[in-house]
Design a protein around this ligand. Structure first.
Ligand code: ATP
Length: 354
Protein backbone atom coordinates (compact mmCIF):
# COMPACT_ATOMS: atom_id res chain seq x y z
CA UNK A 1 0.00 0.00 0.00
CA UNK A 2 1.41 3.42 -0.91
CA UNK A 3 1.62 5.93 1.87
CA UNK A 4 -0.89 8.80 1.61
CA UNK A 5 0.63 12.19 0.93
CA UNK A 6 0.99 14.28 4.08
CA UNK A 7 -0.27 17.81 3.77
CA UNK A 8 1.20 20.63 5.78
CA UNK A 9 -1.46 22.80 7.41
CA UNK A 10 -0.62 25.94 9.34
CA UNK A 11 -2.96 26.62 12.26
CA UNK A 12 -3.36 30.24 13.34
CA UNK A 13 -5.68 30.25 16.38
CA UNK A 14 -6.38 33.99 16.35
CA UNK A 15 -7.55 36.26 19.17
CA UNK A 16 -10.18 36.62 21.91
CA UNK A 17 -12.51 33.59 21.87
CA UNK A 18 -11.32 32.28 18.49
CA UNK A 19 -8.55 30.05 19.95
CA UNK A 20 -11.19 28.29 22.10
CA UNK A 21 -13.09 27.31 18.95
CA UNK A 22 -9.83 26.35 17.27
CA UNK A 23 -8.49 24.07 20.00
CA UNK A 24 -11.80 22.19 20.26
CA UNK A 25 -11.88 21.87 16.47
CA UNK A 26 -8.31 20.55 16.38
CA UNK A 27 -9.29 17.84 18.83
CA UNK A 28 -12.00 16.74 16.40
CA UNK A 29 -9.59 16.87 13.47
CA UNK A 30 -7.03 14.83 15.43
CA UNK A 31 -9.67 12.17 15.96
CA UNK A 32 -10.07 11.89 12.17
CA UNK A 33 -6.47 10.70 11.97
CA UNK A 34 -5.69 12.81 8.92
CA UNK A 35 -2.60 12.66 6.70
CA UNK A 36 -1.77 16.17 7.86
CA UNK A 37 1.29 17.61 9.50
CA UNK A 38 0.11 20.49 11.67
CA UNK A 39 2.21 23.60 12.14
CA UNK A 40 0.99 25.75 15.04
CA UNK A 41 1.53 29.49 15.10
CA UNK A 42 1.61 31.09 18.57
CA UNK A 43 -1.68 32.49 19.91
CA UNK A 44 -2.52 36.16 20.36
CA UNK A 45 -1.03 36.62 23.84
CA UNK A 46 2.35 35.22 22.80
CA UNK A 47 2.32 37.25 19.61
CA UNK A 48 1.39 40.38 21.54
CA UNK A 49 4.86 40.29 23.15
CA UNK A 50 6.47 40.83 19.72
CA UNK A 51 6.65 44.03 17.67
CA UNK A 52 4.13 44.26 14.80
CA UNK A 53 6.93 43.70 12.26
CA UNK A 54 8.24 40.65 14.12
CA UNK A 55 4.71 39.25 14.29
CA UNK A 56 4.08 39.84 10.62
CA UNK A 57 7.25 38.11 9.49
CA UNK A 58 6.92 35.22 11.94
CA UNK A 59 3.37 34.45 10.83
CA UNK A 60 4.25 35.06 7.16
CA UNK A 61 7.00 32.43 7.34
CA UNK A 62 4.60 29.85 8.76
CA UNK A 63 2.01 30.65 6.08
CA UNK A 64 4.53 30.39 3.27
CA UNK A 65 5.73 27.00 4.47
CA UNK A 66 2.21 25.50 4.47
CA UNK A 67 -0.07 24.00 1.82
CA UNK A 68 -2.96 25.82 3.40
CA UNK A 69 -3.99 27.61 6.59
CA UNK A 70 -6.77 27.13 9.12
CA UNK A 71 -7.25 30.56 10.61
CA UNK A 72 -9.12 31.68 13.71
CA UNK A 73 -10.44 35.22 13.65
CA UNK A 74 -8.18 38.14 14.42
CA UNK A 75 -8.90 41.35 16.31
CA UNK A 76 -5.79 42.84 14.77
CA UNK A 77 -3.28 41.27 17.17
CA UNK A 78 -2.76 38.14 15.09
CA UNK A 79 -1.48 39.18 11.66
CA UNK A 80 -1.66 37.19 8.44
CA UNK A 81 -5.17 37.81 7.11
CA UNK A 82 -4.08 40.63 4.79
CA UNK A 83 -1.11 38.62 3.51
CA UNK A 84 -3.27 35.58 2.82
CA UNK A 85 -5.87 37.69 1.08
CA UNK A 86 -3.99 40.27 -0.99
CA UNK A 87 -0.51 38.74 -0.83
CA UNK A 88 -1.76 35.34 -2.00
CA UNK A 89 -4.49 36.81 -4.25
CA UNK A 90 -7.33 34.77 -2.76
CA UNK A 91 -10.01 36.55 -4.75
CA UNK A 92 -13.04 34.35 -4.05
CA UNK A 93 -14.40 34.23 -0.53
CA UNK A 94 -16.77 31.28 -0.39
CA UNK A 95 -19.37 31.37 2.38
CA UNK A 96 -21.86 28.51 2.40
CA UNK A 97 -25.26 29.14 3.99
CA UNK A 98 -26.76 25.73 4.69
CA UNK A 99 -29.39 24.95 7.28
CA UNK A 100 -29.26 21.58 9.04
CA UNK A 101 -31.98 20.08 11.22
CA UNK A 102 -31.20 21.35 14.72
CA UNK A 103 -29.83 24.74 13.71
CA UNK A 104 -31.66 27.44 15.68
CA UNK A 105 -32.96 29.42 12.74
CA UNK A 106 -35.28 32.34 13.47
CA UNK A 107 -37.18 31.57 10.25
CA UNK A 108 -40.41 29.58 10.29
CA UNK A 109 -39.31 27.36 7.39
CA UNK A 110 -35.53 27.11 7.15
CA UNK A 111 -35.68 23.56 5.70
CA UNK A 112 -33.80 23.37 2.43
CA UNK A 113 -31.81 26.61 2.71
CA UNK A 114 -28.60 25.67 0.96
CA UNK A 115 -26.70 28.22 -1.07
CA UNK A 116 -23.20 29.66 -1.31
CA UNK A 117 -22.20 33.29 -1.26
CA UNK A 118 -19.15 34.02 -3.39
CA UNK A 119 -17.80 37.34 -2.27
CA UNK A 120 -15.22 39.14 -4.39
CA UNK A 121 -12.40 39.42 -1.90
CA UNK A 122 -9.83 41.96 -3.14
CA UNK A 123 -11.53 45.02 -4.63
CA UNK A 124 -14.49 47.32 -4.04
CA UNK A 125 -14.48 49.37 -0.82
CA UNK A 126 -11.63 47.28 0.58
CA UNK A 127 -8.89 48.83 -1.55
CA UNK A 128 -8.20 51.27 1.29
CA UNK A 129 -8.51 54.46 -0.76
CA UNK A 130 -10.02 56.96 1.65
CA UNK A 131 -9.27 60.25 3.33
CA UNK A 132 -10.26 63.92 3.46
CA UNK A 133 -12.85 64.78 0.80
CA UNK A 134 -10.86 67.91 0.01
CA UNK A 135 -8.62 65.67 -2.09
CA UNK A 136 -11.53 64.81 -4.36
CA UNK A 137 -12.42 68.48 -4.65
CA UNK A 138 -8.81 69.35 -5.47
CA UNK A 139 -8.79 66.74 -8.21
CA UNK A 140 -11.96 68.29 -9.67
CA UNK A 141 -13.91 65.06 -9.16
CA UNK A 142 -16.89 66.80 -7.58
CA UNK A 143 -17.34 69.47 -10.26
CA UNK A 144 -20.85 69.67 -11.67
CA UNK A 145 -22.14 67.17 -9.10
CA UNK A 146 -25.18 68.83 -7.59
CA UNK A 147 -25.52 66.26 -4.81
CA UNK A 148 -22.14 66.95 -3.27
CA UNK A 149 -22.87 68.46 0.17
CA UNK A 150 -21.98 72.13 0.73
CA UNK A 151 -19.56 71.23 3.51
CA UNK A 152 -17.82 68.53 1.46
CA UNK A 153 -14.44 70.21 1.97
CA UNK A 154 -14.58 69.19 5.62
CA UNK A 155 -15.91 65.73 4.90
CA UNK A 156 -14.20 62.46 4.17
CA UNK A 157 -14.47 59.94 1.39
CA UNK A 158 -13.87 56.26 0.74
CA UNK A 159 -13.60 54.97 -2.81
CA UNK A 160 -14.59 51.67 -4.31
CA UNK A 161 -12.62 50.28 -7.22
CA UNK A 162 -13.99 47.51 -9.39
CA UNK A 163 -11.92 46.10 -12.26
CA UNK A 164 -12.83 44.01 -15.27
CA UNK A 165 -10.18 41.29 -14.66
CA UNK A 166 -11.13 41.13 -10.98
CA UNK A 167 -14.81 40.78 -11.80
CA UNK A 168 -14.23 38.28 -14.59
CA UNK A 169 -12.10 35.96 -12.47
CA UNK A 170 -14.50 35.85 -9.54
CA UNK A 171 -17.46 35.39 -11.88
CA UNK A 172 -15.74 32.42 -13.53
CA UNK A 173 -15.14 30.93 -10.10
CA UNK A 174 -18.79 31.46 -9.11
CA UNK A 175 -20.10 30.15 -12.45
CA UNK A 176 -18.06 26.97 -12.18
CA UNK A 177 -19.20 26.47 -8.61
CA UNK A 178 -22.83 26.97 -9.68
CA UNK A 179 -22.46 24.40 -12.45
CA UNK A 180 -21.15 21.89 -9.92
CA UNK A 181 -24.25 22.53 -7.78
CA UNK A 182 -27.75 23.61 -8.84
CA UNK A 183 -26.71 25.48 -12.00
CA UNK A 184 -27.97 28.93 -11.01
CA UNK A 185 -25.91 32.09 -10.56
CA UNK A 186 -27.48 35.11 -8.88
CA UNK A 187 -25.63 38.43 -8.97
CA UNK A 188 -26.45 41.57 -7.04
CA UNK A 189 -25.18 45.10 -6.46
CA UNK A 190 -26.56 48.64 -6.30
CA UNK A 191 -26.94 48.81 -10.09
CA UNK A 192 -29.39 51.72 -10.13
CA UNK A 193 -27.47 54.22 -7.98
CA UNK A 194 -23.90 53.20 -8.81
CA UNK A 195 -23.74 52.54 -12.55
CA UNK A 196 -20.00 53.24 -12.79
CA UNK A 197 -19.05 50.44 -10.43
CA UNK A 198 -22.01 48.27 -9.51
CA UNK A 199 -23.86 48.12 -12.81
CA UNK A 200 -20.52 47.49 -14.47
CA UNK A 201 -19.82 44.61 -12.07
CA UNK A 202 -23.18 43.04 -12.95
CA UNK A 203 -22.79 43.69 -16.69
CA UNK A 204 -19.40 41.95 -16.71
CA UNK A 205 -20.77 39.08 -14.63
CA UNK A 206 -23.71 38.63 -17.03
CA UNK A 207 -21.32 38.67 -20.00
CA UNK A 208 -19.03 36.06 -18.42
CA UNK A 209 -21.99 33.90 -17.38
CA UNK A 210 -23.02 33.65 -21.04
CA UNK A 211 -19.82 31.68 -21.69
CA UNK A 212 -21.28 28.85 -19.59
CA UNK A 213 -24.01 26.98 -21.45
CA UNK A 214 -26.66 25.67 -19.11
CA UNK A 215 -25.95 28.22 -16.41
CA UNK A 216 -29.07 30.06 -15.29
CA UNK A 217 -28.38 33.73 -14.55
CA UNK A 218 -30.41 36.19 -12.52
CA UNK A 219 -29.71 39.64 -11.14
CA UNK A 220 -31.25 41.78 -8.41
CA UNK A 221 -30.59 45.18 -6.86
CA UNK A 222 -28.83 44.72 -3.55
CA UNK A 223 -31.66 46.02 -1.35
CA UNK A 224 -34.07 43.60 -3.01
CA UNK A 225 -31.43 40.90 -2.49
CA UNK A 226 -31.26 41.62 1.25
CA UNK A 227 -35.02 41.10 1.41
CA UNK A 228 -34.88 37.93 -0.68
CA UNK A 229 -32.23 36.44 1.59
CA UNK A 230 -34.85 36.44 4.35
CA UNK A 231 -38.08 35.73 2.48
CA UNK A 232 -36.93 33.52 -0.45
CA UNK A 233 -33.57 32.01 0.54
CA UNK A 234 -34.56 28.61 -0.85
CA UNK A 235 -34.40 29.96 -4.39
CA UNK A 236 -30.67 30.66 -4.18
CA UNK A 237 -27.86 28.43 -5.36
CA UNK A 238 -24.71 30.56 -5.83
CA UNK A 239 -24.87 34.26 -5.01
CA UNK A 240 -22.03 36.41 -6.37
CA UNK A 241 -21.51 39.75 -4.63
CA UNK A 242 -18.94 42.56 -4.62
CA UNK A 243 -16.75 42.65 -1.53
CA UNK A 244 -18.65 44.89 0.92
CA UNK A 245 -22.14 43.60 0.10
CA UNK A 246 -20.75 40.08 0.34
CA UNK A 247 -19.38 40.77 3.79
CA UNK A 248 -22.65 42.20 5.05
CA UNK A 249 -25.07 39.82 3.39
CA UNK A 250 -23.12 36.74 4.43
CA UNK A 251 -23.71 37.69 8.06
CA UNK A 252 -27.37 38.14 7.21
CA UNK A 253 -27.43 34.75 5.54
CA UNK A 254 -25.79 33.23 8.62
CA UNK A 255 -28.47 34.88 10.75
CA UNK A 256 -31.22 33.17 8.77
CA UNK A 257 -29.87 29.68 9.49
CA UNK A 258 -29.06 30.25 13.16
CA UNK A 259 -26.16 32.63 13.61
CA UNK A 260 -22.48 33.32 13.18
CA UNK A 261 -21.45 30.17 15.00
CA UNK A 262 -22.65 28.24 11.95
CA UNK A 263 -20.91 30.28 9.25
CA UNK A 264 -17.82 28.75 7.61
CA UNK A 265 -15.68 30.36 4.96
CA UNK A 266 -12.83 29.69 2.58
CA UNK A 267 -10.80 32.15 0.51
CA UNK A 268 -9.61 30.77 -2.83
CA UNK A 269 -7.14 32.04 -5.39
CA UNK A 270 -5.84 30.27 -8.47
CA UNK A 271 -2.83 28.90 -6.61
CA UNK A 272 -3.72 28.89 -2.97
CA UNK A 273 -6.58 28.87 -0.46
CA UNK A 274 -7.09 29.32 3.25
CA UNK A 275 -9.98 28.68 5.58
CA UNK A 276 -11.54 30.57 8.48
CA UNK A 277 -14.93 30.94 10.10
CA UNK A 278 -16.93 33.91 8.83
CA UNK A 279 -17.44 35.22 12.36
CA UNK A 280 -15.21 37.59 14.30
CA UNK A 281 -13.37 36.91 17.53
CA UNK A 282 -16.53 36.98 19.70
CA UNK A 283 -14.82 39.13 22.38
CA UNK A 284 -18.01 39.29 24.45
CA UNK A 285 -17.77 35.57 25.29
CA UNK A 286 -13.99 35.17 25.61
CA UNK A 287 -12.87 32.77 28.36
CA UNK A 288 -16.36 31.36 28.91
CA UNK A 289 -15.75 28.17 26.94
CA UNK A 290 -19.03 28.54 25.08
CA UNK A 291 -18.04 29.67 21.60
CA UNK A 292 -19.63 27.42 19.00
CA UNK A 293 -16.85 25.65 17.04
CA UNK A 294 -19.19 24.58 14.22
CA UNK A 295 -18.11 27.43 11.92
CA UNK A 296 -14.46 26.48 12.45
CA UNK A 297 -15.21 22.79 11.95
CA UNK A 298 -17.15 23.43 8.76
CA UNK A 299 -14.32 25.66 7.53
CA UNK A 300 -11.99 22.75 8.26
CA UNK A 301 -14.35 20.51 6.31
CA UNK A 302 -13.99 22.86 3.33
CA UNK A 303 -10.23 22.69 3.83
CA UNK A 304 -10.25 18.88 3.80
CA UNK A 305 -12.19 18.89 0.52
CA UNK A 306 -9.70 21.41 -0.90
CA UNK A 307 -6.90 18.99 0.03
CA UNK A 308 -8.76 16.13 -1.64
CA UNK A 309 -9.59 14.45 1.69
CA UNK A 310 -13.23 13.81 0.84
CA UNK A 311 -13.75 10.77 3.05
CA UNK A 312 -12.81 12.42 6.36
CA UNK A 313 -14.68 15.56 5.23
CA UNK A 314 -17.80 13.44 4.77
CA UNK A 315 -17.30 11.80 8.17
CA UNK A 316 -17.02 15.19 9.83
CA UNK A 317 -20.08 16.47 8.01
CA UNK A 318 -22.17 13.47 9.04
CA UNK A 319 -21.02 13.74 12.65
CA UNK A 320 -22.05 17.40 12.80
CA UNK A 321 -25.40 16.55 11.21
CA UNK A 322 -25.99 13.79 13.78
CA UNK A 323 -25.11 15.99 16.76
CA UNK A 324 -27.41 18.79 15.59
CA UNK A 325 -30.23 16.44 14.76
CA UNK A 326 -30.02 14.90 18.24
CA UNK A 327 -29.89 18.42 19.69
CA UNK A 328 -28.74 17.28 23.13
CA UNK A 329 -25.29 18.83 23.32
CA UNK A 330 -25.53 22.18 21.63
CA UNK A 331 -23.82 25.42 22.63
CA UNK A 332 -25.80 28.36 24.10
CA UNK A 333 -26.03 30.24 20.77
CA UNK A 334 -28.08 27.25 19.57
CA UNK A 335 -30.23 27.14 22.66
CA UNK A 336 -28.19 24.47 24.45
CA UNK A 337 -26.06 24.40 27.58
CA UNK A 338 -23.01 22.53 26.30
CA UNK A 339 -19.58 24.15 26.35
CA UNK A 340 -17.27 24.33 23.36
CA UNK A 341 -15.26 21.29 24.50
CA UNK A 342 -18.36 19.21 25.37
CA UNK A 343 -19.73 19.86 21.92
CA UNK A 344 -16.43 18.80 20.33
CA UNK A 345 -16.36 15.62 22.42
CA UNK A 346 -19.83 14.65 21.22
CA UNK A 347 -18.82 15.33 17.61
CA UNK A 348 -15.82 13.02 18.14
CA UNK A 349 -18.10 10.34 19.62
CA UNK A 350 -20.17 10.52 16.45
CA UNK A 351 -17.24 10.21 14.06
CA UNK A 352 -17.05 6.51 14.55
CA UNK A 353 -19.47 4.04 13.04
CA UNK A 354 -20.00 5.98 9.80
P1 ATP B 1 -15.80 41.31 13.78
O1 ATP B 1 -15.81 42.78 13.63
O2 ATP B 1 -14.44 40.71 13.74
O3 ATP B 1 -16.78 40.60 12.87
P2 ATP B 1 -17.68 41.28 15.94
O4 ATP B 1 -17.51 41.25 17.43
O5 ATP B 1 -18.39 42.40 15.31
O6 ATP B 1 -16.27 41.03 15.27
P3 ATP B 1 -18.40 38.54 15.93
O7 ATP B 1 -17.14 38.22 16.63
O8 ATP B 1 -18.74 37.74 14.74
O9 ATP B 1 -18.48 40.02 15.47
O10 ATP B 1 -19.55 38.45 17.01
C1 ATP B 1 -20.88 38.90 16.79
C2 ATP B 1 -21.76 38.23 17.82
O11 ATP B 1 -21.91 36.87 17.49
C3 ATP B 1 -21.17 38.27 19.23
O12 ATP B 1 -22.21 38.40 20.18
C4 ATP B 1 -20.50 36.91 19.37
O13 ATP B 1 -20.43 36.44 20.68
C5 ATP B 1 -21.41 36.04 18.51
N1 ATP B 1 -20.64 34.95 17.91
C6 ATP B 1 -19.77 35.04 16.89
N2 ATP B 1 -19.24 33.86 16.62
C7 ATP B 1 -19.77 32.99 17.49
C8 ATP B 1 -19.61 31.60 17.71
N3 ATP B 1 -18.77 30.86 16.96
N4 ATP B 1 -20.30 31.02 18.72
C9 ATP B 1 -21.14 31.74 19.46
N5 ATP B 1 -21.35 33.06 19.29
C10 ATP B 1 -20.67 33.68 18.33
Amino acid sequence: MTEQRRHRVCVIPGDDAAPEAMSASLRVLDALDLPIEWDHVPVGDELAALTPDERESLVGEHIDAADTVLFGSSNGTTPGAGFMRWGKRTYANVRPVRWRPGYASPLARPEGIDYVIVRENLEDMYVGVMGPAQRLLDAGLAEGRSRVPPDAANGRFAAKIITRPGTEQVTRFAAELALSRGGKLTVSAKTNMLPATDRWFCDIAREVAQEYPGLEYEQFIIDDMAHRLVVRPHELDVLLLPNLYGDILSDQGAGTIGGMGLAPSGCYGDEWAYFESAHGTAPDIVGQGIINPTATLESAEMMLRHLGLETPADRLDRALATVYEAGEHLTPDQGGTAGTEDFATVVIDNLSGH
